[in-house]
Design a protein. Structure first.
Length: 279
C-alpha cells in the first residue's frame, strides 16, 4: 500500500479529556467550599481517624520532628540474682563475728569480776546502808555514797568515822584501772550560807572532798579523777518525800573501766555523761 494513502492519528489528547478535567476541578472547588462552611465534630473525627488507622495498619503516631525510637530487647521487669558470698568472705565474716562475740563475753565476765570485787571490799558498808554498788549496763561501776553517815547536813566535811570507808575506796581503786569521776548531788531544797551560795557549790564541794580524801589516804594519782557537781538536777527519787530527798543527797563514784591512760577531758566527760543520763 502506498504510504501517501495511510491515515495518521490526530495530534494531542482527545477533546473529552479537557471537559473531564474541567468537571473534576469544579467538583473539587465545590467540596472545598462545602468544607469551609461545615462544622467539624471532633468526636466523630477521632472515631473516623481511628477507623482509618486500624484499616491501614497504623499502630502508633510518631511526630515528624522526632525520629522513631526502637524498643529495647532487654526485659524491663526482672528479679536480680542474689549476691552469694564467696567461701573466703564467708569464713572471714564468721571469724570476725566469733571474735566479736568472744571479746564481748570476755568483757562482760571482767565486768562481773570487778563488780564482785567492789562489793566484797564494801560488804559491811553495803549491809549498813551507807553505800550502794551497781553497774550501768556498760563499762561503768557506780559506788553511791549516801549522805547519812558520810556528811553532816548542809556541810562538805566528812563525818567522823567515815575516813575508814574512804580508805576502803582507795583499796578498791587499786584493783581496778580506769578513770574515776566523782559527782555530787543534792535535793531540791535551796541552801544559801556563807560558804555555799547554792546547791551547786555544796554538791561540787562534797565531790572534791571525797577525791581529796581518797588521794591523801591511798596515794592514788590525782590525774585519774574528775570532779562534777549537779546540785538537784539529776534526782534518783521523788523530792516530795523525806525519804526521796535523803536518797537524792549523795555522792557517786563512777569507775570508767578500761582507760589505762589519762584520756582527754572531753572523752571522759562524754562517757560519764552517757552513764549519768541513764540514772
Amino acid at each position: 500500500m502506498d504510504d501517501a494513502h495511510v491515515k495518521k492519528p490526530d495530534a494531542g489528547a482527545p477533546a473529552w479529556v479537557l471537559t473531564f478535567a474541567d468537571l473534576m476541578s469544579l467538583l473539587l472547588a465545590f467540596f472545598v467550599l462545602l468544607f469551609s462552611f461545615s462544622e467539624m465534630d471532633k468526636q466523630k473525627f477521632k472515631e473516623l481517624s481511628g477507623s482509618m488507622k486500624d484499616a491501614f495498619g497504623v499502630q502508633r503516631e510518631v511526630p515528624a520532628f522526632k525520629p522513631p525510637i526502637g524498643t529495647s530487647m532487654i526485659a524491663r521487669d526482672f528479679t536480680p540474682g542474689t549476691v552469694r558470698p564467696t567461701a573466703e568472705n564467708q569464713v572471714r565474716q564468721e571469724a570476725m563475728r566469733e571474735m566479736t562475740d568472744f571479746v564481748s563475753v570476755e568483757a562482760d565476765d571482767q565486768m562481773l569480776d570487778d563488780l564482785e570485787k567492789v562489793k566484797a571490799h564494801l560488804q559491811l558498808e553495803i549491809s549498813e546502808g551507807l553505800v550502794e554498788v551497781e553497774n550501768d549496763g556498760n563499762k561503768v561501776i557506780i559506788i553511791r555514797i549516801r549522805e547519812r553517815g558520810s556528811f553532816p547536813s548542809g556541810k562538805a566535811d566528812l563525818s567522823p568515822g567515815f575516813d575508814a570507808v574512804i580508805v576502803k575506796f582507795g583499796n578498791v581503786l587499786d584493783d581496778i584501772s580506769g578513770q574515776i569521776v566523782v559527782a555530787g548531788h543534792t535535793d531540791n531544797r535551796p541552801i544559801h550560807t556563807d560558804r555555799f551560795y547554792s546547791n551547786w557549790d555544796l554538791s561540787s564541794a562534797r565531790a572534791a572532798t571525797v577525791i581529796r580524801s581518797i588521794v591523801e589516804s591511798s596515794g592514788q594519782s590525782p590525774a585519774r579523777f574528775r570532779v562534777a557537781g549537779y546540785a538537784d538536777t539529776r534526782p534518783i527519787a521523788d523530792n516530795k518525800t523525806v525519804e526521796g530527798r535523803a536518797r537524792n543527797r549523795r555522792v557517786e563514784i563512777f569507775m570508767l573501766r578500761g582507760a589505762t591512760q589519762d584520756p582527754v577531758m572531753g572523752g571522759v566527760v562524754g562517757e560519764f555523761e552517757t552513764s549519768m543520763g541513764e540514772n
